[in-house]
Ligand binder design. Sequence first.
Ligand code: AMP
Ligand code: ZN
Length: 472
Amino acid sequence: MAVVLYNTLSRQKDPFEPIEPPKVRLYACGPTVYKFAHIGNLRTYVFVDILRRLLGTSGYNVRHVMNVTDVGHRTSDADEGEDKMVVAARLEGKTVWEIAQFYWDAFRQDMACLNIREPDVWCRATDHIPEQIDLVKTLEEKGFTYTIEGDGVYFDTSKFPDYGKFARLDIEGLQAGARVGMIEGKRHPTDFSLWKFSPTDKQRLMEWDSPWGVGFPGWHVECSAMAMKHLGDRVDIHCGGTDLIPIHHTNEIAQSEAALGHTWVNVWMHGEFLTLAKTDGDVRMSKSSGEYVTVPMLIDKGYDPLAYRYFLLNGHYRQQLAFTFEALDGAVNAYGRLKRAALDVRAHTSDASQPIDAHLQTFRQAAQDDLNMPRCLAAVWDLLKDAAADKGDVYATLLEMDKVLGLGVAEMTEDAADVSDDQRAEIEAFIAERAAAKKAKDFARADEIRDTLAGRGIVLEDGPKGTTWRKA
Ligand code: AMP
Ligand code: ZN
């Protein structure tokens, strides 16, 4: 049990020590269910899933809680704009409840496709309104709040001495620079809403009674209230994407520690972005940019979602990873090779097969060293290339490694296996013949070849760098 994790709080890798071993209380900020999740969001959840699997295989007993944001997340992080759920309901002509259920179901479907395990506890913000109100009441009693007439109840960040320390925010710079356009009545630009009053000029779709007036909770308050309810007053590990550090997690820490009077979370872990490669630099994949890829989109294009999971494991979770379909194709090939190798060694298993210690140790050391998945994959390939090892033992080792990787080794089937080397050579020959036919303007033959391959479940795609293929 020598797990080392990078803690955003200390900005270094520290040996992991749970508050009450072997228990680990793990909280991960979940999706806002107003749209399909994109594969960038899902990168963060794959990272959390790997963490949870690693802790499980390292002897810990993990309780994993994840929220579903179905109220309070505004279109701007600065507490302005409409609720994202309300906007989606209007655009799609549905109720907010239908929107939440639909996109939550879709999210769970995506998780299943990527072998991401469901948390032990799912908690919906709208199912925890009394808990959120109670937390705001505590903060009010302790003198951390103020009310802006007609707007809402706010957290006064100047009353929390360490506000911004976590994110190393330049508070003075922020206070000076952000006054323009600030909500009228806010005492400091960093103050954030705990409870918003229902708007009088807009559709009122989600609202509840409270001691301060009818309205709805702010986004940040839900995570604190639900984590406290389901994990208690102290959390071992809290996760999310790096974008959550400066505002959402900074505010979660302020309100939780102001209410509790002690440190709330021991280890904060953040996953880096999946980006899109652009000629003038990489950009974060985001819903608002409109340029994003989803799991159903991958499936439509014929990709196995687990090949995307394999693609993710090629990068360290604390480094940005640029997504391109060419890079994904590379992962498809590697994952196909892995499948063929796994099926080959599986055929040799017997009751006497057992994991090979040396290989497993190398793998575990890499995984326990702040989830170093690229090194873990290297350990997988070293194992598969170990000609001296008993094949049955190799398979038993691979199964153990897959408890962390989640690449579905035990479920791999002949059908799902990638094509054989002979078939691969045949496809390449067809592609070459088709290119020659096209050059000779024999389009009938070119089409015939495409159809022949389609009949065998192989899809051709013509791109600037030539023709590529994949299984349909
Ligand atoms: P949201 O549903 O927008 O609240 O985001 C859900 C999670 O996805 C959060 O933990 C975000 O930090 C994370 N996230 C958003 N965009 C990306 C991205 N491009 N790459 C990785 N994680 C992301
Ligand atoms: Zn959160």
